[in-house]
Structure formats: C-alpha cells, structure tokens
Ligand binder design. Structure first.
Ligand code: ATP
Ligand code: MG
Length: 261
C-alpha cells in the first residue's frame, strides 16, 4: 500500500509531466516546435534584436518556448555563464495593443507616445522592464530584470531546467498564499508605487520560496488616474480565486482600505 505522502508525491509528478507535455504541444502549435528557429517565427527586426543580445553577451543562446500569450511569447534562454533567463518577446504583428493605450496614457513616466504599433509594442516592453526594476529595487518578489532592447525583455528565469515554476492556478494553495498575495499588492502600492492591473492566479508563480509576481506590462504608476480602480479590480480578482479554492478571506473593500491607508 502506498502511503498518503508517497501517493501525493506521485500525483504531483504525474501532474508535472502532463503539464510539460501540454507545454510542448502548445509550443509546437504556436509554430515554435523543437526544430524551429526564431527566424521562422519572428520578423526580421526581432531576430536582429535577439542576435544583438547574443553579440553583446546578454544571452548565449535561446532554447524552446515556455509560454505564449496573445501579445507575447516567452522563451528559455541561457546567458554566457550558464544561468537560465526568460526572454519575453512582444509580438509586433498583433493589433491587440490598441486596447493597451489606457494603461500607458496617464502614466507620468510615459508621456512621449508616438503613433504606430511597433513603437507602442516597444514602449510596452520598456514599461514592463521599468516596472520590474522598480519592484526589484524595493525587494518585491518578482523576476529580476536583466535587459530590454526594443520589443525583447530579458529577465531571470523562474523555474528549473527550462520548466517554469507552477503558476498559482496550477498549485495547491492555503491561507498563507492568500496573505502573501495580498501583501504583494500592498508592497507594490506602498513601496514600488505601482498597481499591477493584471493581478491574478495566472500571473503569479508559486515557488519553493514563496509567491513571485510577473507579467507587469499593464502595471501603472499609483498616480495614474485609474490606479485606484485597477487596484480594486486586482484585489477582487485574487480574492475570487482564493474563495473558489474554499478559503475564508477578508472582504475586498477592507483590504483596499488597509492598502491605501
Ligand atoms: N521569468 C519567467 N521565468 C519563467 N517562465 C516565465 C517567466 N515569465 C513568463 N514565463 C512563462 O511564460 C508564460 C507567459 O508569460 P506572461 O504572462 O508574462 O505573458 P503574457 O503575454 O501576458 O501571456 P498571457 O496573455 O497568457 O498572460 C507564463 O505563464 C510562464 O509560464
Ligand atoms: Mg500573463
């Protein structure tokens, strides 16, 4: 008979394997299977940017895709000393970026906004980088930013051997995770002076050392005219997730009050 502990570990490992397979399938579907090169997937300017990063020693090489959203693809890369990195490449070809204007307009850090998708996409990558720098400086658990060139953002890889750590949505959670998530919103607002604006169980890793927040492209300065509305939404979304997982949590309105105290 298997002990409970053993059974649990086994279940976890099977889940992990399935997830890995899922990711492989996903990256093949996205056109970035194991045998594809970056040039077959990205436009010339993007592949030049990545070559430039190799020439200047930021990265040595790029491995497979690890994540893929509507507006970006993330890759596992390795630096010259063998450290794993994450390369988030914002896609210039998607017009979806228009809906992102509201997160740029009104942010006092980004006042020179030219028209044109390419410029907007590059600005977005720079914004995510700036947000990461601000968070990392304040000791907030996030992926450490490394560099940004045009539409390519480089940061610390959160995970092992090219497999990202589980997202909060993929993990078992308890009350401590809830408290940690709320505390991240608190320090984001009060220390880094930013509001995430896309805070959810899909944009938080659950690592051995605790929760790590990422995907800060949408994040705005607390002086942004809609900052309060975004913060309120962030609190509501993450609360909903923990309630769905069966936890008894604090009323979102009380959390908001506590954070903006
Ligand atoms: N620093 C990192 N280390 C390891 N993996 C990462 C890192 N950043 C992102 N990823 C992987 O890439 C996926 C997508 O990242 P992210 O959420 O930043 O992109 P996105 O374009 O916003 O995607 P989506 O639209 O799905 O939210 C993550 O779920 C994760 O698996
Ligand atoms: Mg995301």
């Amino acid at each position: 008979m298997l002990t409970d502990e053993l059974q649990k570990n086994l279940a976890k490992r099977i889940d992990g394997k399935l997830l890995e397979k899922d990711r492989e399938k996903k990256s093949e579907k996205d056109g970035f299977g194991k045998n594809k090169t970056l040039d077959e997937v990205f436009d010339k300017s993007t592949t030049m940017t990545v070559s430039g990063m190799k020439n200047s020693g930021i990265i040595s090489y790029v491995n497979g895709a690890v994540g893929s959203g509507k507006e970006s693809k993330t890759f596992w890369a390795v630096d010259p000393t063998g450290n794993d990195l994450a390369l988030k490449i914002y896609l210039v070809s998607t017009s979806n970026f228009k809906k992102r204007y509201p997160y740029l307009l009104g942010d006092p850090r980004f006042t020179k906004i030219r028209k044109g998708t390419r410029h907007l996409v590059e600005l977005w990558a720079q914004k995510e980088y700036a947000n990461l720098v601000q968070c990392h400086r304040e000791g907030i658990p996030c992926a450490k930013p490394v560099a940004v060139v045009k539409n390519v953002l480089v940061m610390e890889f959160v995970g092992k051997n090219g497999v990202p750590d589980p997202l909060l949505v993929e993990a078992e959670v308890d009350y401590k995770d809830y408290e940690e998530a709320i505390s991240i919103l608190d320090v984001l607002y009060n220390k880094a002076k930013i509001v995430h604006a896309d805070f959810s169980e899909y944009n938080i890793f659950k690592t051995e050392k605790g929760l790590v927040v990422f995907d800060l492209g949408s994040s705005v300065d607390t002086r942004h005219p809609n900052a309060m509305e975004f913060l309120e939404r962030d609190i509501k979304n993450i609360t909903k997730f923990f309630v769905k997982r069966g936890l008894t949590v604090t009323n979102p309105a009380d959390i908001l009050e506590r954070i903006i105290r």
